[in-house]
Ligand binder design. Sequence first.
Ligand code: KG4
Ligand code: ZN
Length: 351
Amino acid sequence: PRGPLVLGIETSCDETGIGIVRGRSRPGERHVLLSNTIASSMDEHARYGGVVPEVAARAHLEALQPAIERAVAEAGVTLAEVDAVAVTSGPGLAGALMVGVGAAKALAVSLDKPLYAVNHLVGHIAADILDADAPPLEYPTVALLVSGGHTSLLLVRDLTSDVELLGETVDDAAGEAFDKVARILGLPYPGGPEIDRAAVDGDPTAIRFPRGLSRASDRAAHRYDFSFSGLKTAVARWIEQREAAGEPVPVADVAASFREAVVDVLVGKALDACAQHGVPRLLLGGGVIANRRLRDVALARAEAAGVTVRIPPLSLCTDNGAMIAALAAELIGEGRAPSTLEFGADSTLPV
Ligand code: KG4
Ligand code: ZN
């Protein structure tokens, strides 16, 4: 027996992702990742220093059809063999989401196959179940999702039925903070990898930048929201003062100290959540996970706290269609009904 062939569509931000997954054919088996095609409009946003929603939506429209063709070819299947279509219906950029949702509806109707609308953040968690080298995901687990578009801490008791939002950013996403501080330092977009490179020779303790929402009172109140705009402002002020004093700006030290502040807050809150909820498992996801320092600090501090860390391969951590297909495969495996065609794009869709 063969499990369902699921095609997933992801267009919530600047990546047009098409993934094809063969769902499990019987309980206890794993879903199999067949292809994971990504077309990014990142280059088009570079000169603006951040993702421009209108540009992203137009890019999805152009990229979708060729991406679907490539994903199908790479998976060695035909569109006619697809058993179900899955799509991100939110959260994300409204116009970008609408392109994917429209395409998914058209595809499902023309193939006469069921359509599953799924949540982007839950999709990031589902990426983990495609990691064939990792043992099966255990519950409950705390998930930290950090990208250019979101910074969310979640308590996952069950992937398909019980995901609780513990906290999220109240202003900039962590990746956005990297991009903005890179810009202040005169480094190109996207800023994350640039800051990572610049920080190599820097001293992370050189400058004590603020840790947003991390006072003892925030911790005592189990407040898991994040704030990075104060940190960005603090970096800008610090540089202004140096320049006003006619002193050179130590870019490596600023980059390393800024990165340390972000990493400290992300890892600190994630492990606080693990401790409060008695959960010895932490799952990381999102494009910012590419940050070497974040991975190292998370692994070291988690080990000291008796927490096991799971990090899917980076190609599954950044926005992609395979994670969306995987989540739908999971829903199908549980016998859940597909979505009706009435759903739209919801930029603030809750988990
Ligand atoms: O998940 P992702 O690929 O997609 C979007 O959110 O669109 O994440 C991209 C974000 C960007 O903000 C980028 O600067 C950041 O992830 N990023 C990093 C690193 N690599 C990418 N941030 C910190 N360190 C990195 N090495
Ligand atoms: Zn994402």
